[in-house]
Design a protein around this ligand. Structure first.
Ligand SMILES: [Zn+2]
Length: 830
């Protein structure tokens, strides 16, 4: 899955210089691997969808074998299902519903090896797992499912965890012109005399419940070509609302090449029958890797001039997820997640970190190694910023959490997890690293895994015992090292004496790390790279250097997940920024801005880097942000000059950085970008900056932008709302309130709530509206509204939230409501 990132306001440009001791591990109850009574082998559901009544009726037939001797009773997860009948073999079985479980008593006891089957006839108006959206304006009705974290029990009687796999057959009847898209092969489409159609899909390789899917809507099927795999081929298609065919064809055009790339990279050909990608209205999250039929938020439908984001997130220059990242990510899940599935949520990193790692591999393959180096740098900094602001760390595999959502924490599970794999890849080398993947996939195909299985793969495939690494990063440990580095050249010995101290807090889960590190010595006549083994709290090494080095690079390539405090002169830093490889230049730009902010040469150097089109665009983005951080008239001038740069990625960073400079010229440059830049992400970033500056006339100027339509999503409106939020002006409440309406995208609605909260937190109307939105159709809006309701600290809302926590079958909603009620009780305002 790929989470939906709502556009949160970034108050200061990120900086990672400050070392914060006292990291903490997350709390929550311990979740062991769930126990099973039966092994489901096949799940066949024959269902009729009534799109107007938002109702599902039909029969689900489960074929299973008992896992215990003398099995007479078992239960399935079922929430808010009306069960009419349960049949077992030729007769009927008795059943009861309690505690969101369907308890079934068989007429005759079964033993392992004796297959059984039950057919459950039921109906439901789903509250979770399947989401209906009615016809609205020109938009047709849609129903789609989302099941990660155990939600499918709201529309299917099912075993609701990841550690059971079965083949799946969905037979779906819907009124014309609706279409039903599902897992596997479409084996039959039948026209019925009553004006309905029946679609029969078969998924012949076993999958866990959360990867089952049925999407119903008015979809056009757009062919996306074929992926060639050896002598065979895989067909790809997009299913998209009529009128969006060309956007779907454009957005998904690289997918066949991605299928070929991953098949080759993992030495395991794409294992499924076909690959469909479905564009869904107000989808619960960014995207979900339901096997062979991935669901995407419609924000993934792009035109050639649209922003690269998978959903608008214009507060940052570099989108953590480009839409191409997400498309590659969901596809990569078809190996890591779908073919080999984590045994429980505690090991979700084996799905998510691997898919994230994979999409970064695609990025490097498609756009060049420098783009991947920059992506790793951005992900590292996002992770470090997260730890700095929250103090939260944890190992990749972790059994304590409050709700499933905790395990999908973006910076830890996705970003840090992908970097853990990059770090390991660097230590081991690509050939052996990917050979381990190959063995791991073959050995565990169509099965469940935890981290011990991965460790075992390294042992059996390449003979490596990686206990030292798993102990620090994966199954134990949790944080990251902070290195204090210094060096001196000793002419008598012709050596560089390097000293590395680990200065992170000495906590049981974050004590001294053992790691190899590459150290580069740049001299007047070339450079040399040396491997140094870091062990214990302090490491010293003497490295050969015939002449005085011009500079020394610690961790060449930026492979380690760490913070580095390197004591070096401004001259050496500038030298690196101008002469070293991209990884070292990125780090040098940051160091120059942080360690030497008052030096006039700093701004001149950064301005030079920003203005030179031969530099990598990522380095130029960093230079722009660093200039914003430095501030002052000279930095402002350089940024204004770069605001007309031909590269939109550079302009986007400039638009953000200008907001921190905040003078008259910056404001004028921002207004120009807002009114004239064809790149809507640049214009939106400029709107946010203009609001942040709170200058004269900003309010009226930004209010005018709210009437502008955008090519992509509601980019211009979103930027304006985020900008207006900074003004904290109560007179803006009517404007904010109008964008909380359900006809707007979830991003816009959340931004409007942010604005309202900032402008008039005491407004009684706001609390009322948040209570309404806590019961909205859109799950993301619900989660957001519940959290905001908690932040108001109104005692009157405790009962509402506690009742919601009790009644809602969605564990994430329930936990969010419980936490919000608790927050109010800990500090009630009235
Ligand atoms: Zn994912």
């Amino acid at each position: 899955m790929k989470r939906l990132l709502l556009a949160l306001i970034l108050l200061v440009p990120p900086a990672t210089s400050e070392i914060r001791p006292g990291h903490r591990l997350p709390e929550g109850s311990y979740h062991s691997v769930r126990e099973r009574e039966i092994d489901i082998e096949d799940y066949a559901a024959d269902l009729r969808f009534d799109m107007e009544r938002e109702e599902i009726t039909g029969t689900a037939t489960l074929t299973f074998t008992p896992l215990r001797s003398g099995l007479k009773e078992f239960s399935l997860d079922a929430s808010d299902l009306e069960i009419q009948k349960v049949a077992s073999g030729a007769g009927s079985a008795s059943f009861s519903l309690r505690d969101r479980e369907l308890h079934i008593s068989l007429t005759q006891a079964l033993n392992p090896g004796q297959p059984g089957s039950v057919s459950i006839t039921y109906s439901c108006h789903p509250k979770t797992g399947m989401y209906f959206y009615p016809k609205s304006g020109t938009r047709a009705a849609q129903a789609w499912n989302y099941g990660e974290g155990g939600l499918h029990y709201g529309w299917l009687p099912i075993y609701n965890d990841v550690n059971d796999r079965f083949t799946v057959k969905f037979t779906i009847t819907v009124a014309r012109p609706f279409v039903a898209v599902s897992n596997g092969k479409l084996v039959e489409t039948k026209e019925n005399p009553d004006g309905t159609r029946t679609f029969r899909w078969e998924q012949e390789k076993p999958i866990p419940n959360y990867l089952m899917t049925v999407d119903v809507g008015e979809f056009a099927q757009v062919p996306i070509g074929k992926a060639r795999l050896g002598s065979g081929a895989i067909s790809l298609a997009a299913w998209t609302p009529p009128g969006t065919e060309s956007a779907a064809a454009f957005s998904f055009k690289n997918t066949p090449r991605m299928v070929e790339f991953f098949s080759e990279r993992f030495s395991y050909p794409y294992p499924w029958f076909k690959y469909d990608q479905v564009a869904l209205r107000e989808f619960a999250i960014g995207a979900m890797e339901t096997t062979t039929a991935t669901g995407f938020s419609e924000s993934h439908l792009h035109g050639p001039e649209d922003p690269p984001d998978s959903g608008p997130a214009y507060t940052e220059p570099y989108p953590t997820w480009s839409y191409e990242d997400t498309i590659a990510h969901e596809l990569a899940h078809h190996w890591f997640g779908d073919l080999v599935t984590c045994r429980s949520l505690a090991s979700i990193w084996l799905n998510e970190s691997f898919a994230t790692f994979s999409h970064t591999l695609w990025n490097g393959h498609a756009h060049g190694e420098d783009d991947l180096t920059y992506q790793r740098w951005r992900y590292l900094n996002k992770y470090l910023d997260y730890v700095q602001s929250t103090g939260m760390v944890r190992p990749m595999e972790y059994f304590k959490y409050r709700s499933p959502d905790d395990m999908y924490q973006t910076e830890t599970t996705y970003l840090k997890g992908s970097l853990v794999l990059h770090m390991l890849r660097h230590f081991i080398g690509d050939a052996d690293f990917f050979r381990t993947f190959e063995g791991y996939l073959h050995r565990n195909e169509y099965g469940n895994v935890d981290s011990a299985d991965l460790k075992e793969a390294f042992q059996t495939q390449i003979g490596r015992n990686l206990s030292w690494f798993f102990d620090d990063w994966i199954t134990e440990g949790g944080g990251h090292p902070v290195f204090q580095v210094s060096y001196a050249w000793v002419p008598e010995r012709r050596q560089v004496d390097l000293t590395v101290q680990q200065v992170q807090a000495d906590l049981p889960f974050e004590n001294d790390f053992s790691l190899p590190v590459d150290v580069e010595i740049l001299g007047p006549s070339g450079s040399s790279v040396h491997k140094v083994e870091l062990k214990g709290w302090s490491t010293s090494a003497s490295l050969p250097a015939d002449t005085r080095p011009r500079a020394v690079v610690f961790d060449k390539g930026n492979w380690l997940i760490c913070e580095i405090k390197f004591e070096r002169s401004a001259d050496e830093t500038v030298y690196l920024l101008e002469k070293a490889d991209l990884a070292a230049r990125l780090r040098a730009a940051r160091q120059l801005a942080e360690d030497y902010p008052r030096r006039p040469e700093t701004v001149r150097t950064l301005a030079r880097v920003l203005g030179d089109a031969r530099n990598h665009w990522g380095l130029r983005q960093e230079a722009a942000m660093d200039l914003g951080r430095a501030g002052g008239a000279e930095a402002g001038k350089a940024l204004v000059l770069a605001s007309t740069d031909p590269d939109r990625r550079v302009r986007r960073a400039v638009a953000i950085a200008l907001g921190f400079v905040a003078d008259g010229e910056s404001a004028a440059a921002l207004r120009k970008l807002i009114e004239t830049d064809r790149a809507e992400d640049v214009a939106a970033a400029a709107e946010i900056s203009l609001g942040r500056m709170r200058g004269e006339g900003a309010k009226d100027f930004l209010l005018r932008q709210l009437s502008r339509d955008s090519r992509y999503w509601s980019s211009i409106r979103l930027g304006a709302l985020l900008g207006l939020t900074y003004l904290k002006d109560p007179s803006l409440v009517p404007a904010f309130r109008s964008y909380t309406d359900s006809r707007w995208e979830a991003d816009l609605r959340s931004a409007a709530l942010d604005g309202w909260l900032a402008a008039a937190p005491e407004d009684p109307e706001l609390a009322r509206r948040l209570c309404e939105l806590a019961r909205d159709r859109n799950r993301q809006v619900r989660l957001d509204a519940i959290e905001k309701l908690g932040s108001l600290h109104l005692s009157a809302d405790v009962k509402f939230l506690s009742d919601l926590a009790e009644a809602d079958p969605d564990p994430d909603i329930s936990e969010k409501a419980r936490a919000a009620a608790e927050e109010i009780q800990s500090f009630p305002k009235k």
